[in-house]
Design a protein around this ligand. Structure first.
Ligand code: PMP
Length: 398
């Protein structure tokens, strides 16, 4: 049969991360590639206990549920967000199959083929895939270490009349960068004035190092959900476990209602079992304490990787120490292409993600993303030794 695929596949590339993970399967490779949490830190006993509680409640856990999501879990999340200064009610919230689905649903209800979406440079590659599959025109806005450049944002809005901007202001994937308060406020002001919808993706906000600084979400800065130009999404994937596939999205009820209608078509609702388990977990487990434990371990791993990078002192190689999240973003000397370094690294027994797929426009090929959360101390040290051998083979002789 000659298949006649839809145009949604045009220009739609498969995820480089998945391709790399395939490459490493079955080999004893140390992977700095995926954005995976540390398995040894999963709250296995607490999840198991929560699951037992759900099962003990009876048959409803195995039944169909509401598209909008399990009400008690929505209430627990609303309370939890309230403790962090974000006031939302449950009718301003939709539970999703991971925050990935929130990106997809909002794109489906808001973007027509040809519409412009502004993104950071670089940005999360699976969001680029969603936008591409919808036929959006993706335009990058430049930025610096403090966040998006407000002047470039204004210029791009004037030139392209975008409908939406997609941002990860707190410990971004892939760069680990966190925006300053001032930038958050000015991006909000500019988009509010121009009536450009902001999709704020915040999977990593809780993974922050150091006790002092807090980073208010753009959504919180926008005031109340009703009438807000910001749609905010987060997830349990990094704080509890990605396998529970539960995220949430909050925003103006009109947007949430329409996303919910679209979700009916996508999957009716997210897993009842997973949502009820998470609800029991939130009620009977100290999630904030668990998050503090994860932060401490991840900070230790980040510091180790920072020390190892500093020790190596590869000429012309730069990075910024992340204040949270899961990644180092490393720039290699001009002219070195990370995708050509990758096979050499895999040969040495270590993997990473080359930076180019994270760019919607002109890619910087001399960039790569290193994950530090999945590897323990020994693997981090050995992985960096292996990466060293690969990098030494491509660096100009000193
Ligand atoms: N947004 C960003 C920036 C991410 O890094 C991820 C996970 N890699 C997601 C969204 C999706 O996470 P999930 O669907 O597991 O909630």
């Amino acid at each position: 049969m000659k298949f006649q695929f839809s145009k949604s596949l045009d220009g739609f590339s498969s995820s480089a991360v998945r391709d790399i993970l395939k490459l490493t399967q079955g080999k004893s490779i140390i992977s700095f590639a995926g954005g995976l949490p540390a398995e040894e830190l999963f709250p296995l006993d607490a999840v198991s206990e929560a699951f037992q509680r759900v099962m003990a409640q009876g048959k409803s856990a195995l039944q169909y549920g509401l598209t909008e999501g399990y009400i008690p879990l929505r209430q627990s999340i609303a309370n939890w967000m309230g403790e962090k200064g974000i006031q939302v009610s449950i009718d301003q919230m939709l539970l999703t199959t991971g925050s990935q689905q929130a990106i997809d649903l909002l794109t489906r209800i808001y973007i027509d083929p040809g519409d412009v979406i502004l993104v950071e440079e670089p940005t999360y590659l699976a969001a680029i895939q969603v936008f591409q599959s919808r036929g959006a025109k993706i335009v990058s806005v430049s930025g610096d270490k403090d966040g998006l450049d407000p002047d470039d944002l204004k210029a791009k809005i004037n030139e392209h009349h975008p409908k939406m901007i997609y941002v990860i202001p707190t410990f971004s994937n892939p760069t680990g960068k966190v925006w300053s308060l001032e930038r958050r406020q000015s991006v909000l002001n500019i988009c509010r004035e121009a009536e450009v919808l902001i999709l704020e993706d915040d999977p990593y906000g809780e993974i922050k190092f150091g006790d002092t600084e807090t980073y208010p979400s753009i959504f919180a800065l926008s005031g109340q959900a009703e009438g807000s130009c910001v749609v905010y999404t987060s997830t349990f994937s990094k704080t509890v476990a990605p396998a529970l596939r539960t995220g949430w999205v909050v925003g103006d009820p009109e947007l949430i209602r329409n996303m919910s209608r679209m979700k009916q078509a996508a999957d009716l609702h997210s897993s009842t079992l997973d949502q009820q388990t998470l609800h029991q977990l939130m009620e009977h487990f100290d999630l904030n304490q668990h998050i503090r434990t994860i932060r401490a371990h991840y900070e230790e791993r980040m510091r180790l990787m920072a020390d190892l990078l500093t020790e190596r002192n590869w000429p012309g190689v730069t990075w910024i120490e992340p204040k949270g999240g899961m990644f180092f973003w490393v720039e290699l000397p001009e002219g070195i292409r990370a995708e050509e370094l990758l096979p050499k690294a895999v040969e040495q027994g270590v993997a990473f993600v080359p930076g180019y797929p994270f760019y919607a426009g002109n890619a910087k090929h001399n960039t790569m993303r290193l994950n530090y959360t999945h590897s323990d101390r020994e693997s981090l040290i050995e992985g960096m030794n292996r990466l060293d051998r690969a990098i030494q083979s491509v660096l100009p002789v000193r």
